[in-house]
Design a binder for this molecule. Sequence first.
Ligand SMILES: [Mg+2]
Length: 248
Amino acid sequence: MAAIELDPKRDALLLDLDGTLVDIAPTPDAVKTPAGLVADLTRVRRRLGGALAVVSGRPISVIDDLLRPFRAVAAGIHGAELRATEDGPVKRLHVVRPSDEVHRRLSALGRMPGVVVEDKGPAVAIHFRRNPAAAQEIAEAIRSILHDHPAEGLSALPGKAVIEVKPVSVNKGAAVNAIMEHPPFAGRRPIYIGDDVTDEAAFAVVSRVAGRGYAVGEPRLGAARGFADPSQVRAWLHDLPKSLGTAA
Ligand SMILES: [Mg+2]
């Protein structure tokens, strides 16, 4: 595990969820929130003066379900949703959702064995953790769909046993920028922790504003090696309030 120093007065912590805070499960619905995580997030957020946010490909409603009763400042669906304050409303960016025809063709991929299509509105995720052999066929089908609909401004983003189809303008880098505009984040340096290709847009943004990015698991473009797996991230969060000293 990397030695990550945090300045509780000057830094903000932005955390991916799946594969970073919680372990990836065979299907997205099967993810379990480990005991103690919510209490540790609550303590760390307090110590950072509230400057802790979750940045995920999941809808914010699902982030809330997984972290209940913790309500995070959050970007959901890679930034297509934003809740800029803990108690504030979820705002949806005016992104164009994929057309019905694209939705229909992507949904049809769910007929393949072991393939789950998650329709998030602005983004559609095709999960194949239970049928890894389907990866290439799915990638080719998506390429063909995007090729047939160039005017929709969609991109395919590969992740861990998942490919997400989403508007090009929606990405975690834009999500980080949006969060950092609001107090108590504004003026702080973003420290971003994530595990996936989708987090690389966030790593690029934080390094441009004197922040730092840390990868979980495999090396990631723009990030330092941080943690071997989510359990290391959770252990670090658990110990963090101690290392941040007694200052409020
Ligand atoms: Mg992740």
